[in-house]
Write a protein that binds this ligand. Structure first.
Ligand SMILES: Cc1cc2nc3c(=O)[nH]c(=O)nc-3n(C[C@H](O)[C@H](O)[C@H](O)COP(=O)(O)OP(=O)(O)OC[C@H]3O[C@@H](n4cnc5c(N)ncnc54)[C@H](O)[C@@H]3O)c2cc1C
Length: 388
């Protein structure tokens, strides 16, 4: 399979790798470590990428983008994920909050929100999941009550609870899904863009195996939102969610990190293959095939996006493959490095990245919708296609 995206893409990769090398030491494991300097470094790097015109390369120039193609953006996200996401928490705004605002926002919302994202100045979080509404997102119960005349509200008061909200403790803005009016399930859902310093918002961190300041509960107690905070139509939130999720599911290019880690481990192990069980070499090769399959399916989704589709089924297929290769690679690398991989630091294999990768790989089949839910989406579309 030829994954070559052309000379321009190769040049872009080299440019990005040089910038990463210049600004991060080889042991950098991402923004979410016990060292707050890591988060600061990612914030500074986003501003630097913005200055170089690389942060929102595929966005239209009118919104602060570089006017590049979705394939340019694919190269950027691959290089970022391969190198432990030096955009840190901002990748969420860049990958899917921005595109959702671009697709569904008013001219004022675009003017307000897109330039700061493109300048690398803002962290967004995503308030979709609730304690009783994860896989079944349409069961969400957070409510937005109109202020004044319900037919022409002067604003809204949002009340409810979100959970597993990544980066809520550091975000300036949140895109939240809330229920409006008497509509049920998908019909009643409305999206709001809310500043995280609005009165009535409380963030409580959830300690987890993923590390510090990553996952949170967020409580909304009559949080005020103006009429201009509604993204898309009142009651039309489901189509915004579909846009956001399709971008999200293909935006997390962990297959690129998998390939990099596999190849680095291959290099470290090269002199020792003869001493290792042959089954390990087979597992290593199999994992590499899974990585390439994931990449292929991701590219299929990008192609559909290029054609103006909202490719939720293709994105689900890609997501299934990415999460599976994530876990397969985690296991192979762990077997290869044995318990030494639990160490971190310059002397550990790949600087302790294996342990970090293994931890995040466990959550991969849950975040962005579980693997079972992705399979249901794909299966339903196949059944529908067969009966059409
Ligand atoms: C690292 C991480 C980051 C996250 N970040 C965010 C975020 O920023 N914002 C946000 O809104 N959410 C976030 N989430 C939440 C994530 O989207 C949900 O955890 C996920 O959608 C699953 O929901 P749940 O946890 O309620 O599990 P449940 O929906 O309760 O599922 C429990 C189990 O039952 C299975 N199951 C449920 N329904 C079915 C069915 N119909 N058929 C078959 N099996 C089923 C599921 O597959 C799963 O195995 C994050 C999660 C993780 C792990």
């Amino acid at each position: 399979m030829d994954f070559d995206l052309g000379a321009g893409a190769a040049e872009l990769r080299t440019r990005l790798r040089t910038l990463i090398e210049q600004h991060f030491d080889p042991g950098f494991l991402g923004a979410f470590t016990d060292d707050p300097a890591d988060l600061e470094a990612t914030q500074a790097f986003c501003r630097l990428l913005a200055g170089e015109g690389l942060l929102t390369l595929a966005w239209p120039t009118e919104y602060g983008g570089g006017g590049g193609s979705l394939w340019d953006q694919t190269v950027v996200r691959e290089e970022m994920w391969a190198h432990h996401e030096p955009r840190g928490a901002q990748y969420m705004g860049l990958n899917w909050v921005g595109p959702a605002i671009m697709a569904h926002g008013t001219a004022e919302q675009k003017a307000l929100h897109l330039p700061p994202i493109a300048a690398g100045e803002v962290i967004w979080c995503q308030g979709f999941s609730e304690p009783e509404a994860g896989s079944d997102l349409a069961a969400l119960r957070t409510r937005a009550e109109p202020v004044g005349d319900p037919a022409r509200p002067d604003g809204w008061r949002v009340t409810g609870q979100k959970i597993w909200t990544s980066y809520a403790g550091m975000a300036q803005w949140c895109i939240i899904a809330a229920r409006v009016g008497a509509g049920e399930r998908h019909e009643g859902i409305t999206m709001f863009l809310v500043p995280m310093d609005a009165p009535g918002i409380e963030v409580r961190p959830i300690r987890s195996m993923l590390g510090p300041h990553h996952l949170n509960e967020v409580f909304f107690d009559e949080v005020p939102a103006g009429p201009d905070a509604v993204l898309g139509a009142v009651g039309g939130g489901w189509s915004v969610i579909r846009t956001a999720l399709a971008h999200e599911r293909v935006g997390i290019a962990r297959y690129a990190r998998c390939e990099r880690l596999l190849s680095e481990m291959g290099r470290v192990l090269a002199p020792h293959w003869d001493e290792l069980p042959p089954s390990l070499e087979v597992a290593w090769a199999r994992a590499l095939v899974q990585v390439r399959v994931a990449r292929l399916l991701a590219y299929r989704t990008v192609r559909a996006q290029e054609n103006g589709e909202v490719p939720d089924v293709a994105a689900s297929s890609a997501r299934i493959a990415v999460t599976q290769c994530d876990q397969a690679v985690a296991e192979v690398l762990f077997s290869a490095a044995e318990h030494r991989s639990l160490e971190a630091g310059p002397d550990a294999p790949v600087h302790g990245a294996l342990e970090d990768h293994w931890r995040y790989a466990q959550a991969a089949t849950v975040s962005s919708g579980t693997i079972e839910v992705q399979r249901i989406i794909v299966a339903k579309s196949l059944v529908k296609g067969a009966s059409a």
